[in-house]
Design a protein around this ligand. Sequence first.
Ligand code: ATP
Ligand code: MG
Ligand code: ZN
Length: 507
Amino acid sequence: MLSNIKTIALQGLDGIIITIEVDITEGMPSWEIVGLPDASIKESRERIKSAIKNSGIEFFNKKYIVNLSPADIRKEGAMLDLPIAVGVLASTGILSEGEFNDTIFIGELALDGSVRKVNGVLPICIEALKYGIKKVIVPIENANEAAVVQNLEVYGVSNLIQVVNFLNKKINLQRTIVDIEKFFKKTEKDILNFSEVSGQENVKRALEVAAAGSHNCLLVGAPGSGKTMMARRVTTILPDLTFEESLQITKIHSIAGKIKGENEALITRRPFRSPHHTISPHGIIGGGKIPKPGEISLAHNGVLFLDELPEFSRNTLEVLRGPLEDRVVTISRVGASLSYPCNFMLIASMNPCPCGYYGSSEKECTCDERKRNMYRARISGPLLDRIDIQIDVPSVKYNNFKNSVSESSEEIKSRVDKARKIQNERYNNLGIFSNSELTPKLIRKFCTLNLESENIMQKAFEKFKFSARAYSRILKLARTIADLDGKENIEAVHITEAIQYRCLDKS
Ligand SMILES: Nc1ncnc2c1ncn2[C@@H]1O[C@H](COP(=O)(O)OP(=O)(O)OP(=O)(O)O)[C@@H](O)[C@H]1O
Ligand SMILES: [Mg+2]
Ligand SMILES: [Zn+2]
């Protein structure tokens, strides 16, 4: 009997429906898989045979032909185990129904017949809806993640015999239903807060501006000045995620195998990623034989924190440039290329010099000028070009520690939210969302200066010898500062503040 089972394969975030046809023909017992399977799928034969036998299901030693179509798409990974096994059982008549047209099967099989969790279940289920699929059978550990897609009937299974009995209507399985609202409810204890940061008003303000206009930001300061501590709290002052943004994040994390436990079935916090400086270019942009999203995509809709920026390899920093501009990354591979979104806010930190204490009131710097310049030159001009804010982080004085009462993240966030709303309305039809995305043409339109501001700008350029590239950065920042201030036009105070955020440019 010819059987017909469906599943979905991912190419990046896109799903392609795969039909698995199994036929039994006359001849010597054998088992052939055709239709561009990769090595892991060829190996599935042995896993599936063992899983069937060890589940106590009769295995007929016959000549099987398993055809995976469409044939021109490369199929990878062990998640085809379960659909192939179901196809084989259907072809031998063990399943009373041979076709399940509105159902897909996903799962890896262990030799004892248990069904193992796999990666990418959320994007697969989202894509399944597009193909008119109504039911999915998934590993029990992936059931919550699948059920985030509310219009699908999701059944989680732990082993093959359960699948057989369910399909033969001998047992009932509980449909998995998740409460989306629950994921969005914040639990108090696990949230960092800016109220824990004493003093540093200037830096916190700079981060507020960064968050308000989605500007990339570089923190320059001595060891222990709190750069890492503050960077970690930036996600707490960014606007709440929409459901759509949560889905985008979760899809990427799902493919990368980073969804753990049912509490994470839907990621509702903005991600904060802080890869170590030894990371490879592949690790940062993504890649591998079956291309996985890199750190920049895992940071999508959140923050990518590069601590000790000059320590990252030149190659790693270079590959960042394109994605920072495009907000999407394309990973090339044999025969095809995949794209993953990577719209993140970059927060980076560095010491002012190799010893860390240049300009510090605490300790004397032991580096000469040549060393300092070499250190800074490790960050290329084109990368700096994409960082709107550069801010000095001074060491905190003991008195500041003791006496200060700090504003909470919630208070800062409420101002950020307002400024974002203004930008959303202003850029409604322009395909951008924030001031950081302004193009030269749009800067001319939305960042005009009055005479007074023009004068301040000119004086600053003469005094600090700013490079040309600083000019448009300052205008964009001034736009954000004016938005935080609820002002239609950029005024002198806004420009004056914006000029402060170019500390590396000041010679
Ligand atoms: N403003 C502050 N308020 C409260 N605690 C602070 C502050 N600044 C620093 N600390 C404390 O000092 C510790 C070290 O700060 P942090 O690791 O953020 O410094 P850093 O600038 O990243 O240093 P490094 O350059 O060595 O990485 C923090 O974990 C925190 O406990
Ligand atoms: Mg640090
Ligand atoms: Zn030094």
